[in-house]
Design a protein around this ligand. Structure first.
Ligand code: HEC
Length: 315
């Protein structure tokens, strides 16, 4: 039976390892010197970067396949599975490197920033390194190195994928609908009520109550204004991605404003930059929501205007 082809051609394997190390070093330097800083850098980078959520499925699937093949191949009836494992691991390491490069491109060019973004980026960089180390350790001494490094890569991969999912779908996406006993067993707190102000449907307690139509009632914000912002604006104005320095994931942050100062002048809709922007013609540079997102309806704009006119209060 043929031996491992990489070991049969040590020269080729060494060249591959050197090329890989150079690429990884480039990735490391990019992550270090050009971290995601919340500013956008070019459209082509963003276009290519947006392939990242697609690309990550490659290394994820390939990497979990490796221990499955190694273990299944222990059976005397399926030794061929172990032969495939080495090649698939090399492929997984290459795919992890590509996904990490593209993830950095997305974060840097797309105007991302924040603790989770940075952590996810470094997880990806180290995962690319660990995957390759596993490939390198396979079939070499000490024998224990390979299973340890492989297990480490799988654990780091799960962790990296989880933070990536959190960045994409929002905090608590996985646990929100989790059965309560299971959640308690894992020690995950119940979904925060504060988050409901922006993301959830109106609170039943005030629905239809006096707050529902009176814009000076603090409940008006959560009932009518927050859902509009949540639908049309928050994708670009949240912790991981505060375009223009403006965050809308809480009323306090919204009132704080962005790079150019406050965007809401309570009681004075005509002086509120936020309102000015949503009223502009969509072709205007300042128009919001930008990037061809669905414009606010006249009724939604009117709701925001009434809320600001009444003092921009919140409950
Ligand atoms: C597709 C991404 C995107 C969406 C969606 C979006 N914005 Fe923006 N927003 C930006 C970018 C980029 C900037 C910074 C550039 C600028 O000032 O025009 C910005 C800046 C702003 C600013 C100015 C902040 C400052 O102080 O400079 C306001 C106000 C604003 N947006 C309001 C909104 C509102 C209201 C919505 C929803 C109706 C919205 N945005 C939706 C991308 C977006």
């Amino acid at each position: 039976m043929a031996s491992d082809p990489d070991q049969a051609r040590p020269g080729a394997a060494r060249a591959l390892a050197a090329a890989w190390a150079a690429l990884w070093a480039a990735l490391f330097l990019l992550a270090l010197r050009l971290p995601p800083d919340g500013r956008e850098h070019g459209n082509l980078g963003q276009f290519l970067g947006r392939l990242h959520p697609l690309l990550v499925h490659g290394p994820t699937a390939l990497l979990v396949l490796v221990p499955v093949l190694e273990l299944a191949g222990l059976s005397a009836r399926r030794p061929h599975l172990r032969l495939a494992a080495g090649w698939i691991l090399t492929l997984a390491a290459a795919a992890a490197l590509l996904a990490a490069f593209d993830g950095w491109l997305l974060a840097w060019s797309g105007g991302f920033r924040g603790r989770d973004v940075t952590r996810h980026m470094w997880d990806g960089v180290w995962l690319a390194a660990l995957g390759a180390l596993a490939a390198l350790a396979r079939g070499r001494r000490p024998r224990v190195a390979y299973p340890v490094v492989l297990a480490g890569s799988v654990v780091l991969m799960v962790f990296t994928a989880h933070i990536g999912g959190t960045l994409t779908y929002g905090e608590g996406f996985l646990s929100e609908k989790m059965p309560a006993p299971f959640r308690a067993w894992l020690g995950i707190p119940a979904p925060a009520r504060a988050a409901a102000a922006l993301t959830a449907a109106p609170q039943p307690a005030v629905r239809g109550g006096p707050g529902s139509t009176d814009p000076s009632n603090p409940a008006f914000y959560g009932l009518h204004v927050a859902p509009i912002l949540s639908r049309s604006c928050i994708s670009c104005h949240k912790p991981e991605k505060h375009k223009g320095g403006l965050r809308m994931d809480s009323l306090a942050l919204l009132l704080l404003g962005g790079e150019d100062g406050p965007v809401i002048a309570p009681g004075r809709p005509e002086s509120s930059d936020l309102l000015r922007r949503v009223r502009l013609p969509p072709s205007d540079d300042d128009y919001m929501p930008s990037d061809g997102e669905k414009p606010l309806t006249p009724e939604e704009i009117r709701t925001i205007e009434r809320w600001i006119a009444a003092g921009a209060k919140g409950g």
